[in-house]
Write a protein that binds this ligand. Structure first.
Ligand code: GLP
Length: 252
């Protein structure tokens, strides 16, 4: 297939589009068409340059753009490979991380980084409908799928709504937070309001998620409501943009 792939790499010298961009689009469309599959090695920069008659810097520029997009992945000393397809997330379904991963046939796991009671920040107090001097339970977790980092989450729960939460000593490395709130406090999640934006990973975030500093992240903020439209949690989740794709339905 690699030979076929190379033979298809034909660019148009008279096109107004820059060569690197043409090459980037061509490689992507050949992967979409199945000329190379997940885990297949891309021909080397040298081979692609020879086939397309463009210089290696241009080839590298196209490949780097595809690596940043999450289409390709570089493995030091081995070459460049087709990345696994991104996971799709149904934004219209109110699911927990655990449910989400199970649906995709992936094994969720969690590392609890910290769990503490803290005075609420102004912004969070407004979202959770709390007074300025109330406390929140703050839970920092690294979420993994098939043992690989997927997201870093910081959840804030109103202390007064969840009395004795710390004393429960629930191991959140093993238990789902949503299951815990359902089981111990009778919460029924009814809806969530979310925002989603792209940003670059800071040093700490990158280290936790196993990506280079500055790599793209999908930053999602969720306020989740229970019975009577009571705000239950405010969560900031940072997903690795190379592993996650959000999907949502649009209706008339
Ligand atoms: C998702 C949501 C979070 C929520 C979490 C609960 O990741 N974005 O807002 O806190 O699920 O997940 P779990 O029940 O698996 O702990």
């Amino acid at each position: 297939m690699t030979g076929d792939f190379c033979a298809q790499l034909i660019l148009q010298a008279d096109s107004p589009l820059p060569l690197y961009y043409q090459l980037q689009a061509k490689i992507k469309s050949l992967i979409d068409a199945g000329f190379l599959g997940c885990g297949d090695r891309l021909p080397s920069e040298r081979e692609i340059a020879a086939q397309t008659q463009v210089n290696r810097l241009t080839v590298r520029q196209a490949i780097t753009a595809l690596v940043n997009e999450g289409v390709l992945t570089r493995k030091r000393g081995l070459g460049t490979f087709v990345a696994p397809p991104k996971l799709e997330h149904g934004l219209t379904k109110l699911t927990s991380f655990t449910e989400d991963m199970h649906k995709r046939g992936l094994k969720p796991s969690t590392r609890v980084l910290s769990l503490a009671v803290q005075p609420v920040e102004k912004k969070v107090s407004l979202l959770l409908g709390l007074g300025a001097h109330e406390d929140v339970i703050v839970i920092e977790r690294l979420r993994l799928a098939d043992d690989k980092p997927m997201a870093f989450e910081v959840a804030h729960l109103p202390c007064r709504r969840f009395p004795g939460f710390l004393a429960l000593r629930v191991d959140l490395a093993l238990a789902s937070l949503y299951d815990t709130l359902r089981l111990h406090y009778g919460i029924e999640f009814t809806r969530a309001s979310e925002t989603l934006e792209a940003r670059a990973a800071s040093g700490r975030e990158a280290e936790l998620l196993g990506i280079p500093s500055g790599a793209p992240l999908l930053a999602r903020e969720r306020t989740t409501y229970g019975q009577g439209d009571e705000p239950i949690e405010y969560v900031k989740s940072l997903y690795r943009a190379d592993r996650y794709r959000f999907m949502y339905e649009v209706i008339k």
